[in-house]
Structure formats: C-alpha cells, structure tokens
Design a protein around this ligand. Sequence first.
Ligand code: PMP
Length: 290
Amino acid sequence: MKIYIDGNYYDEASAKISVFDHGLLYGDGIFEGIRIYNGRVFKLKEHIDRLFYSAKAILLTIPMGHAELMKTVVDTCRENKLQEGYIRLVVTRGVGGLGLNPNKCKKPSIIVIADKIQLYPVEHYERGLDIITVPTVRNLHSALNPAIKSLNYLNNILAKIEANNGGCEEAVMLNSEGYVSECTGDNIFILKGGKMFTPPLAAGALYGITRGVVIELAEAEGIKVTEPNLTRYDLFNADECFLTGTGAELIPVVKIDGRVIGEGKPGPVTRKLVSLYHSLTKVSGEPIYP
Ligand code: PMP
C-alpha cells in the first residue's frame, strides 16, 4: 500500500508522522472517510467541501486548494490500483510544541490512506442491527460542534464502548436535551406512516454525506422527508429504522433498547432505498482511471 503524506508516497512501514504533531497530542485536526466504488470516488466533491468547512470552523488552513486536494485523493487511489475501497483523508494541525497553542504549528500535514474496505458482516444487513441508547450525551454544539469532523472522536468512542458493553455494535446518542442526535459513526432515520424523519443537524449530528444522498433518493421516490426533533418514543414507535454512513451505507435497525421496531425485520422502504443507493454508487463518482 502507498500512503500519501505531504507530497510523497510511503510504504505502510515508513508512513509516519511526528510525535509532536498536534493531531496526535491533542486530536487537533480533521478528517474524512470516503468510498471507492467501481473505480470511482463516490461524492468526492461533497467530502472535500465538508473537510474545508471543518477546517474553517477550527481555523486550520489546509495547505492545498480544493481541486488539487481532489486530484491528490484520486491519484492516491490510482497509485494503489483500487477499484473498490475506503479512503481516509486526514489533515493534522502539524508539528508544534507540547503546549496547546495551535499558532506554534507552522505546517499542517495532509495524509491520504486508500485501502481495501472492511464491510460489516453481511448478516447485519440481512437481519438488521440491534442497537441501544447510551448514557454518554452527544457533544454540545456550543462546546465542540458535532458538525466538525475532528480527530477528537472520544465522545463517540465512549458511546461505542457503552454499546459494546451492552452487547451492541452501535449506539443511539441523545443530546443534552434528550433528543436523538445520531449514532457513533452513522446518522439515523425512521419511517412512520409512509413519511421519513431524521434528526435536525442542530440536534447534534454530522452533516452526513450519505444522509444527504438518501434524503434525495427518498424524495425522488415521492417520500416526504422532514427533520423534526425526535425522542426515543418516536424511535420505539417507528415502522422502520435505518442508519446511514459512508462505511455502513444504509443498514436496517430492527431492535432499539430491546424493543422490536416495526415488524422486527428490514422494512420495504429501507430495502428499496438500499437498492437505489447501490445502483447509484455503481455509476456515480470521480473516475480514478479516465
Ligand atoms: N455521524 C458520525 C459521527 C460519523 O462519524 C459519520 C461518518 N462515519 C456519519 C454520521 C455519517 O456521515 P457520512 O455519511 O458522511 O459518512
């Protein structure tokens, strides 16, 4: 595997950054997770846009323009001869002293890792996931806005540990007001009476790229999608529930906190959206081998 770091490619064993990088010392940096399908980078522009928004929010100047960064990602995929895969694009604050001050970091680092994808076991998609609400509350937007895809994922990791301790793969995270925000690495949707609902971004969710694609797909099918505040009551009474994310794609949820959702199996609208999503990923994206 060839890993891109600041203008050069390195083998896995020699791809290294400094222990003084504030990305490591403080989680000071940002990232994106992007998919490669059928020799194309899916929704690349949207991911690069979100990276630049995250950068702006933490006053980090990415040392590369939008177009050049897109090209760097595509070149790294080509260098690794990938047809299917997962890209991790990271921008760290760079090397600084042992103090917090980001002004001491003079040069942010850009890292691109393009690897094969490790998918969730196929049974999860066929049978649906069993998830739980966890006590760790989603970060307040007035503290560390969940819209920033930062290298500090401890809020999500603590929730993930709680889910694992409860025998589940994913956790529903509530915000400080008790409304549903999102899962540790996925956005959440429900269907009720033919209408689709997902929490508003202000409830403490990432502006999910998959979330946006799924809203468009549903609306094109004539399904009304709105973004009201949702409570656990709404989840428990849903006809269908599913999660969305770059890695997970669309994954059905059949149990929440031990309560059966709908019929207890992946619902018809979820299955339809999964199939539309797969059709789209096959044909859409930035070509790696034009
Ligand atoms: N929420 C969180 C906390 C995430 O980390 C992610 C990405 N894995 C998502 C939602 C889904 O976003 P996307 O569809 O852009 O991958």
